[in-house]
Design a protein around this ligand. Structure first.
Ligand code: ZN
Length: 462
């Protein structure tokens, strides 16, 4: 697929932008040579020792204070598919991997990382729109830009809209935690990406499962990595095609974002996810109802009753907003707050960037594994006791997963950012609120674009 002329052209175009944004520094290779011998006087200074990093699952992880935007890039891991076409699925009653394996075909997919042209393959969009028939999709106007500051009118109406971004409002149908104390629902967003293989090796070494909320544009870019995630027992969920603020989109645009991503995953794996995560957590009752009508249950990340978002802010490091130590300090705060919760929790991390993978492997998950009392780390579905068969349309036998009647479910409750409520259990989900400030939302948008640029550049180098 990477040899596709169209894709290469797209990546070249993105890469040229990356260069215009001084992203050439991403092309530099990290110095991964053997650390200087300790006996040599010139290399025994503390600085030299600190520069050596530590080896985790075969990868040299830099010292925390050296994990910054622009750090020299490490070797891009080889993404060798570990399963043959037609291999048995890791999920009971799920179909085998497609045989022959899916291959990219020019003109068959929307432009990567761009808002989807609704005139593209209109028959597909029309069929997906029919999934909304019989569902009461709230007539909520799209927000201006998915932020509170950008749309004060919508912000003032956030509680009624169930708008998570602006006040942390959730519904019973949202999954936002794990029910059992000290359980960490591990998830990674925005991949699959070039450094995801390092993460997969690490998770296997530590016997940890995770939920990967994947971007459709990345799925068709790195299908072998997606297969490796799935076959290794990790959970695969939808995270849109081009990573927009979903509340800003029309119903048709939302359906297209979810539908094309769903199709990309199904094309590569043979299974269709039943869970999704809205980019930036930007969801309201309209987006919820559309997602549920399409058979996708929203999964967000935890926020404590006091308002602490379980966001590692690893994306801020990748975006050059903060450096490794600040992100790690935020994470330590998460662990401290996690100990105060009656329930377990979901944490936001990303596998799009080498930086965020390094932070996870070398610091955040490592720290959680060494925590006392110990945390139990596993995928979001497992920590919620959701059978793996429920997580894909093809293997799901549970007629109430997703919920059969979204409007009724949505009307059950509204969890505000009150600072006093503990997670309220739904039928199979917990609800909690999380929060993203307007500034964070905007920075995250920029960070995602920057990540795309760096990613394209790294692909060309690889
Ligand atoms: Zn994302």
């Amino acid at each position: 697929m990477r040899s596709s002329p169209t894709l290469v052209l797209q990546l070249l175009a993105i890469a040229s932008l990356a260069r215009a944004n001084d992203a050439d520094r991403h092309l530099a290779k990290r110095q991964t040579t053997t650390p200087p011998p300790p006996a040599a006087p010139a290399t025994t200074s503390p600085a030299a020792a600190a520069a050596s990093g530590t080896v985790v699952a075969g990868v040299t992880i830099p010292p925390l204070d050296q994990i910054t935007l622009g750090m020299p890039a490490g070797p891009t891991p080889v993404a060798t598919r570990t399963a043959s076409p037609g291999a048995a699925a890791p999920i009971a009653s799920a179909p085998p991997l497609p045989n022959p394996a899916w291959v990219f075909e020019q003109g068959q997919w929307p432009t990567m990382d761009k808002p989807i042209d609704l005139s593209f393959q209109q028959d597909k969009l029309a069929s997906w729109m029919k999934e909304l028939d019989g569902y009461d999709i709230p007539n909520i106007p799209p927000t201006v830009d998915g932020t509170c500051v950008g749309d004060p009118t919508a912000a003032a109406d956030a509680e009624v809209r169930g708008w998570w971004t602006c006040g942390g409002y959730t519904r019973d149908t949202d999954i936002t935690a794990c029910p059992t104390k000290y359980n960490w629902g591990v998830s990674f967003d925005d991949g699959p990406a070039p450094y995801t293989p390092n993460l997969l090796n690490f998770l296997q070494e530590k016997n940890i499962t995770a939920t990967f909320f994947v971007v459709g544009s990345r799925v068709i870019s790195f299908p072998d990595i997606l297969i490796n995630e799935y076959m290794a027992g990790h959970e695969i969920a939808v995270h849109t095609w081009s990573h927009p603020h979903l509340t800003t989109l029309s119903n048709e645009q939302i359906v297209a974002e979810l539908g094309w991503t769903r199709l990309a995953i199904q094309s590569v794996l043979g299974v269709t996810p039943t869970t999704m995560r809205p980019p930036y957590g930007d969801i309201d009752d309209r987006v919820r109802a559309i997602s549920l009508a399409m058979g996708l249950i929203p999964v967000i990340w935890t926020r404590t009753p006091a308002g602490v978002s379980f966001d590692t802010f690893d994306w801020e490091v990748a975006g050059g907003i903060v450096e490794g130590p600040a992100s790690y300090a935020a994470f330590q705060n998460i662990l401290g707050n996690a100990s105060e919760l009656d329930s377990g929790f979901l944490v936001l991390q990303h596998d799009l960037y080498e930086i965020t993978v390094d932070l996870s492997m070398g610091y955040t998950i490592k720290s959680a594994l060494e925590h006392n009392p110990p945390f139990t780390l596993q995928s979001a579905g497992r920590c919620n006791n959701i059978p793996q068969t429920n997580l894909y349309v093809e293997s799901n036998q549970n007629k109430s997963f997703p919920y059969p009647s979204p409007p009724a479910s949505l009307a059950n409750s509204s969890s505000a950012n009150s600072g006093s409520s503990s997670p309220e259990k739904g039928k199979t989900a917990q609800q909690e609120a999380s929060d993203t400030s307007d500034a964070q939302g905007m920075r995250c948008s920029w960070t995602f674009v920057a990540g795309m640029l760096a990613l394209a550049a790294s692909v060309l180098v690889a």
